[in-house]
Design a protein around this ligand. Structure first.
Ligand SMILES: CC(C)(COP(=O)(O)OP(=O)(O)OC[C@H]1O[C@@H](n2cnc3c(N)ncnc32)[C@H](O)[C@@H]1OP(=O)(O)O)[C@@H](O)C(=O)NCCC(=O)NCCSC(=O)C[C@H](O)C(=O)O
Ligand SMILES: [Mg+2]
Length: 293
């Protein structure tokens, strides 16, 4: 089952599942998706409490209306099974698998979901944040082309990547981030950029979002509510882009261009591939408008 690729995922906020105030606040925020985290944001001592709190919250009427994702610990590790069963009981839109190293990690999670008769609507997201995961990003993403597979999104884990590779700054991550984008495109998947830790640095964050969009990412993972509006703005079509797309659609709609493969619009060569892009952009703009933004 393929879901529409262009689901809005501009702003995807991590919420530590053991932080009661943050969990409660999540329902009031205007991010496109939330990742409730049972992995690195939750200390070993509070894993059990975090699971119970998350289950109660997501089964209550306070459950947020946006796309809901739960990040579990690695399935084969100490907390994986309990996390998985909690996530499954919460009926999320997706389960996010950390530190994915190869297609086997996705297939194992797929099989675990099937064993619990999980509906196909529950998707899998994969974090690419280890050297092996990066080297295997292409074969992981290939699963996105399998209509029976649940894989839907690749998420860059820049903190772990920095730790694992020992690079000194994000500049050196760029080729690997582009590799994640490329793999995602090959597999028809959403590509989400990693987090920006210095959440009080709003201008630097806006520049980072613009750079991520220019690299081809569909959205950014976030750690603090203050990052939602800049991410939504950066990953939304601009008014210039909308006007340009409208001009392309209008030009191809003219009777004389009905069968044309290539035309000229405002002094630029435009082909049908540009029309496809323009239509997708306008669809995204409509969805954003429907959200009331
Ligand atoms: C970074 C924080 C620890 C900062 O917390 P704090 O100092 O409490 O922030 P504020 O006082 O400014 O908070 C203001 C209000 O906003 C709420 N809040 C804060 N963060 C969140 C959030 N993420 N979601 C929802 N609500 C949030 C506070 O509760 C305050 O509200 P109120 O109480 O009503 O006044 C904190 O922001 C935080 O914990 N962020 C998330 C950290 C996290 O999840 N980390 C794991 C994911 S990152 C990662 O691992 C990526 C990847 O794997 C990699 O390797 O890179
Ligand atoms: Mg990580």
């Amino acid at each position: 089952m393929h879901e529409p690729l262009q689901r809005l995922r501009r702003s995807v906020l991590y919420v530590p599942a053991d932080n009661e105030r943050a969990v409660a606040k999540s329902a009031t925020l205007s991010c496109d998706a939330i990742i409730f985290d049972l992995e690195d944001a939750v200390s070993p001592d509070t894993k059990g409490e975090a699971r119970e709190q998350l289950r109660a919250f997501l089964q209550s009427t306070s459950r947020p209306k946006c796309e809901i994702v739960i990040r579990i610990n690695p399935l084969a590790g100490e907390w994986g099974t309990e996390d998985f069963l909690t996530a499954r009981a919460c009926h999320p839109d997706a389960i996010l698998l950390p530190k994915v190293e190869g297609p086997r990690d996705i297939l194992d999670a797929d099989a675990a979901l099937d064993e619990t008769d999980a509906p196909r609507s529950i998707r899998l997201w994969a974090m690419i944040e280890t050297p092996r995961g990066l080297l295997n990003a292409g074969s992981i993403a290939e699963l996105g082309r399998d209509p029976a597979a649940r894989l839907s999104c690749l998420v860059a884990g820049t903190n772990d990547l920095v730790k694992e590779t020992r690079v000194a700054s994000r500049d050196y991550l760029t080729p690997w981030l582009l590799q994640i984008v490329l793999a995602a495109r090959a597999g028809n998947l959403t590509a989400l950029d990693g987090v920006w830790n210095a959440f009080r640095e709003t201008e630097a964050f806006a520049r980072e979002c613009a750079r991520a969009r220019a690299m081809g990412f569909d959205g950014k993972t976030l750690i603090h509510p203050v990052q939602i509006a800049p991410a939504n703005a950066a990953f939304s079509p601009t008014s210039e882009e909308i006007a340009e797309a409208q001009a392309i659609v209008a030009a191809f709609a003219k009777p004389e261009n009905r069968f044309a493969g290539v035309i000229s619009v405002e002094g630029r060569m435009v082909e049908r591939l540009h029309l496809e892009h323009a239509e997708a952009l306008l669809k995204k703009a409509r969805e954003i408008k429907e959200k009331g933004e």
